[in-house]
Design a protein around this ligand. Structure first.
Ligand code: GLV
Ligand code: MG
Length: 298
């Protein structure tokens, strides 16, 4: 898996020492991860390691071994089951000491905070601001469902009996608000039924629609679905670029210095430009090319 991840069209690869690794295999996992990071081949992807959470006995050794052994080839530490800002501060202090000790640039390694229980969620604003290292807030649906006693075993799908909307809406929105308020990335967690790509698309589509920046993939087959769902549709991307060009033109002296104009059947103004910037940024990041051009009126 560590090897296969090198060739995937994913923006990030995260290597796990937490829940996907059996307790007796954790020392070996640390070594495999350090060796894989140092061997390279993940260039262009955010290289992240998920350590165990602070309520276990493993976190300090995970961080020390991975950052001492491969800190130069590592971009982020993912801290799962974060419950308080202090837990983020503790990780920040530990990473800082290791960076100083081994001569790494202090502060370069980021933190991805995974929100997986009620306490973490109600503290998410403080968690997001706990350290300048925090780059990303992640929703961990499986642990979260367990932690709030949700009566379901199917991650991401609606709990049977809940027929009045999306049972995850509040959680997703809460995380998204913290991420946007403090300029962090918001990432949705795993979809476990790895053969059900339609299910993946459906669930990913909800967080993508709200404004999340991405979602985990557990299997290579989910990569293309994730990239598709989090990219704008071609006509939306084209429309966004058109709005930007049109607004640029109409607000200029040449275009009449107007702040609100008609573009086709739609009135556009400064707020339209801001919405278009969001969609266009997602399209550009996905490497899309526009298929229409704006032509100023003759
Ligand atoms: C991921 O860690 C999850 O609990 O969903
Ligand atoms: Mg989890």
């Amino acid at each position: 898996m560590l090897d296969k991840a090198r060739g995937l069209a994913a923006d990030q690869v995260f290597m796990d020492i937490e829940d996907a690794v059996a307790p007796i295999a954790k020392p070996e996992a640390r070594k495999n991860i350090v060796a894989a990071l140092n061997a390279g081949g993940y260039e262009g992807k955010t290289r992240t390691v998920r350590v165990n959470d602070w309520t276990t006995q493993w976190t300090y050794a995970d961080v020390v071994e991975v950052v001492e052994g491969a800190g130069a080839n590592l971009d982020c530490i993912m801290l799962p089951k974060v419950q308080t800002a202090e837990q983020v501060v503790a990780l920040d202090l530990l990473i800082t000491q290791i960076e100083k000790q081994v001569g790494l640039e202090v502060g370069r390694i980021g933190i991805e905070a995974q929100i997986e229980n009620a306490l973490g969620l109600i503290n998410v604003d403080a968690i997001a601001q706990a350290s300048p290292r925090v780059e990303t807030i992640i929703f961990g649906p499986a642990d979260f469902m367990a932690s709030i006693n949700m009566k379901s075993l199917v991650v991401g799908e609606q709990p049977p009996g809940y027929d009045v909307g999306d049972a995850y809406h509040y959680i997703l929105m809460r995380i998204l608000m913290a991420a946007r308020a403090f300029d962090k990335q918001a990432i949705d967690g795993p979809y476990l039924a790895i053969k059900d790509l339609d299910g993946y698309r459906r669930v990913a589509g909800r967080s993508a629609a709200l404004g999340f920046d991405g979602k985990w993939v557990l299997h290579p087959d989910q990569v293309a679905a994730a990239n598709e769902v989090f990219s704008p549709r071609q006509d939306d991307y084209d429309h966004a670029e058109l709005i930007l060009d049109a607004y640029d033109y109409y607000t200029s002296a040449e275009g009449g210095a107007r702040g609100a104009v008609m573009l086709g059947d739609e009135m556009i103004d400064e707020a339209s430009r801001k919405m278009a910037l969001v969609v266009s940024a997602k399209g550009r990041a996905a490497g899309m090319t526009r298929t229409t051009a704006f032509t100023p009126p003759a």
